[in-house]
Design a binder for this molecule. Structure first.
Ligand SMILES: [Fe+2]
Length: 419
């Protein structure tokens, strides 16, 4: 995120003395990416950021992965995972839906209790907020979040979720960094005119966040750390590290690395005379995957255009659509609804249900919202994905699955217009 910010107090020159009113030095920390060769920030701590007193194993939620074998398109109904008001913690309650060696997609419905302090040392997190609101407290400052936000949290940023209400969260955990697509950026990192959003839409912290001396009270503070462990399932391990001082002790920082939010309402969809391919809907990229969003928009205006997509064999990708808003009345037949995920794997053509093609002719507007993750490596199913699966989905194009009764028409487009 090559967009400079400065909060709180920093000395005029980096790596020089910065003292509190009593003359004590603050402790400078450089937090940087790619071995001192990419974006970084300098943070000034009251305490020593490496002062730990204990490290113990944190048993992560189930990280087991089941291959998509035999190969099938899948429909996962995430809203079946937390039913009857069940909630879980925003960090420890995440259920693994899909995963490969580049990215893990999870799902959790929170209550209003704060999460433990946490950081992901494996990669950046991009948490899509399906519903709910609250704050994310970080050592850089506090972010507010609301429905439709992507909350971007750089690798190794200590933070905790403080929901103001029950919140449905869709964490996309990378093994890399997550950033705007390079083609949207100038050679120096500014978002270009053809990009569907700009810096004004990215909301970082606005002031330092210091936990008061009273609440610090000299008490040790536990932080859950997700980190790389080569021999554990998925290469993912957890440790519970205890710090001698509170991690939220940064009096000031500056640089180009920090957490921020971006809301899908601020994404300006790019439309065309004929059907536009998914890359025009891209919002972020990580290593070996992209994040796109399909949002309410005018559609194709060629007199003979077909607004729904052609069948496509995206031979290099697995495609994950998470349906988050819009009018799904016209889509009965496949069982897809808000809260659904479709996984359309590489090596298998997919597209609209046959009846959706004729039904789309003449459409001028699509009222629908979905978040898509496309991965170049195949995705395995996590325990949450297996638990949420609708096993009939794979056969719906042939009219033999979903919620279609035998001998009955499906009544309309059964697959999302861009899937
Ligand atoms: Fe697709």
């Amino acid at each position: 995120m090559a967009y400079y910010r400065q909060l709180g107090t920093v000395p005029p020159k980096r790596h020089t003395q910065h003292r509190d009113p009593d003359g004590h030095l603050y402790y400078e920390e450089l937090m940087g990416e790619e071995g001192f060769s990419s974006d970084s920030s300098l943070l000034y701590h009251r305490g020593v950021p490496s002062a730990i007193v204990r490290s113990e194993v944190w048993e992560l939620p189930d990280q087991a992965r089941t291959p998509n074998h035999p190969l099938k398109p899948r429909h996962l109904k995430l809203h079946t995972l937390f039913e009857d008001g069940a909630t879980a913690d925003a960090v420890t309650g995440r259920r693994l839906i899909l995963a490969n060696s580049d990215v893990r997609i999870a799902y959790v419905v929170t209550g209003a209790d704060p999460s433990p302090y946490y950081r992901n040392a494996i990669g950046d997190e991009c948490v899509y907020v399906e519903s709910g609101s609250g704050t994310v407290e970080t050592l850089f400052g506090v972010l507010s979040y609301r429905a439709g936000d992507y909350v971007l949290i750089p690798r190794a940023t200590t933070h905790r979720w403080v929901p103001g209400e029950s919140s449905r969260l869709y964490p996309i955990e990378a093994n890399s960094h997550i950033a705007p697509p390079k083609r949207y950026l100038s050679r120096y990192g500014q978002l270009l005119e053809h990009a569907p959003y700009c810096e004004r839409d990215l909301h970082g912290p606005t002031e330092p966040f210091l936990v008061s001396a009273e609440s610090e009270g000299g008490t040790d503070v536990e932080v859950l750390v997700k980190h790389r462990v080569g021999t554990l399932p998925g290469g993912v391990g957890g440790s519970r590290m205890t710090y001698a001082t509170h991690p939220f002790d940064v009096v000031g920082w500056d640089g180009c690395l920090y957490p921020y939010t971006f809301n899908i309402e601020d994404y300006m969809p790019i439309t065309g005379k004929v059907h536009q391919p998914p890359p025009v809907h891209q919002v972020f990229e990580g290593h070996n995957f992209v994040v796109c969003n399909f949002l309410p928009r005018k559609v194709d205006y060629h007199p003979l255009s077909i607004p729904v997509p052609y069948y496509h064999s995206n031979v290099d990708s697995d495609e994950v659509m998470f349906y988050v808003g819009g009018d799904y009345e016209a889509r009965k037949g496949s069982g897809i609804n808000i809260g659904s995920i479709s996984l359309h794997p590489g090596g298998h053509a997919h597209g609209p249900q046959p009846s959706a093609i004729e039904a789309s002719l003449g459409a001028e507007y699509f009222d629908e919202s979905a978040v898509m993750v496309d991965t170049f490596a195949p995705l395995d199913l996590g325990e949450g994905g297996l638990a949420a699966e609708d096993p009939a989905y794979a056969w719906t194009w042939a009219g033999r699955g979903g919620d279609i009764a035998e001998g009955e028409s499906d009544g309309g487009p059964a697959v999302f217009s861009n899937s």
